[in-house]
Structure formats: structure tokens, C-alpha cells
Design a protein around this ligand. Sequence first.
Ligand code: FE2
Length: 267
Amino acid sequence: MNILILGDVVGPSGVKAVKERLPKIIEEKKVDFVIVNGENAADSGRGITKKIFEDFLKAGADVITTGNHVWDHKDAEAIASKDIKFLRPSNLPKDSPGKGEGVYKKKGKNFIVLNLMGNVFMKKCDDVFTEAKKFIEKFELGNAKANFIIVDMHGEITSEKMAMGHLFDGKATMVVGTHTHVPTSDYRIMEKGTAYQTDIGMCGDYNSVIGMNKENSVKKFLKEKDFEKNFPSEGAGTLSGLIIECDQNTGLAKKVNRLILGGSLTQ
Ligand code: FE2
């Protein structure tokens, strides 16, 4: 089985890259299950619309994960309440709409996706490690209920994401970080068989400041008066993510490959 996860899609350039390239990648790389982090996909770079959510599913995504920007567009609460293919961080306050984990049946297997959000330099949410431990007690990787487990750990700092990777080592198929919009080079299979990458990067224009217009972002840091609210950069988008091949019986990773395609990032 091959699983692909794409990092945070940022604005129209990222959306275009996903819609144009994802169907071909699924076919060429024989991908069985696709997760896309879509929390920055709206035109403003904040949140996601119903239309974009549906477009991602049409392009081949099985699940859309999110993070701190989950509720930034008004469509999100309705999508989260109605559609299990939309996940918000599992450790949001308990009265939040929607779900943070889902079980998805495909090709006779159960794929479980868990969306978490870090606690350091992020919006206030419940303790992410307590939440992860509860999940681990509930699902055992490799049995019929949980053939594959994918964890999207949306967080700012590398140490928190690495610790989460080790907590899940041998207990999840893959643990990947999202949110920083910059792909790291530490993708690998850990000691007990879980694929890991601290951040899988963004899908969007890298000739930017984390997907946002670079001139405007620099103005903001220089504290010049005429900067506008951040808005997405519109150059060619790169697709960035991780593809893993996993063992049908154990649910663990066998091979891990980074995906960097198109735009200004070196392949
Ligand atoms: Fe984020």
C-alpha cells in the first residue's frame, strides 16, 4: 500500500498545483490513500472553503486535515459537522465542531487519520501528548480495525514534533509535521518502523514568505506603514509532501520518499 500526504496548501497557487498534479501522481505512483492539509487553502491563505474542500476530494484526496487556521473561513464549521473527511485538531476544546480523528475504509483496509496540534507557540488547546496517549490506547496498529495509522502533527517547534514521532514509533504507519511551510530533510523510517518527517512543507509558491507575498511580508518586518494584511504569493506552486510504501500486515513503513514537484523549489 502507498500513502501520500501533502503539506499545507497555501492560497490559489497551492490549490492549482494540487488540482493539476495530484490525479497524475496518484496514477503514476500507484497511491492508495491521500491526505492533504488544507487549512491555508482559501484565497486569503487562511482557512478553507467548501468548494476547495470538494475540489481536493475530486482531485483524489481521501481526507483533509487542518490546524490553527481551521475555523478562519466561515464554511469550515459546516463542513466539519457534516463530513468525516474533514478533520480539525483532535485536541481542540471538547465542544468544537467536527472530529480530530477518522476511520476510512478503502480497498478493504482501515486507514485511521489523527490530526493533532502542538501546544508550543500555537493557539491554546488541550495537552497534545495526553491526547496522543489516549489515541494509542484505543487503536492498535496492524489489527483489522487499524491497518494503517497516519498522524498529522500540526506544530511550530521541531522538538515537540520529534517527540511525538518517537511516542508513536512502532504504533503508527507515519507521523509527519505540518504548519511551518518549510520541508525538512529528516524524512526516514524510525527504529520501530514508523515513517517520520519533522515538516513536510507547503504546497504553494516558495518564492514568498511561507506562501505569502514576499514584498508585503518584508515591509511588515521592516515596520513600514503601507504594508497590507498578509496575502498569498501567486507564482508557480510546488507540491510538497511524503510518499510511503507500507507493509499490508504490520501497517509499518517499508520505504519513504519525499515528494517535491514543480514551482521554484529544487526537485
Ligand atoms: Fe498552521
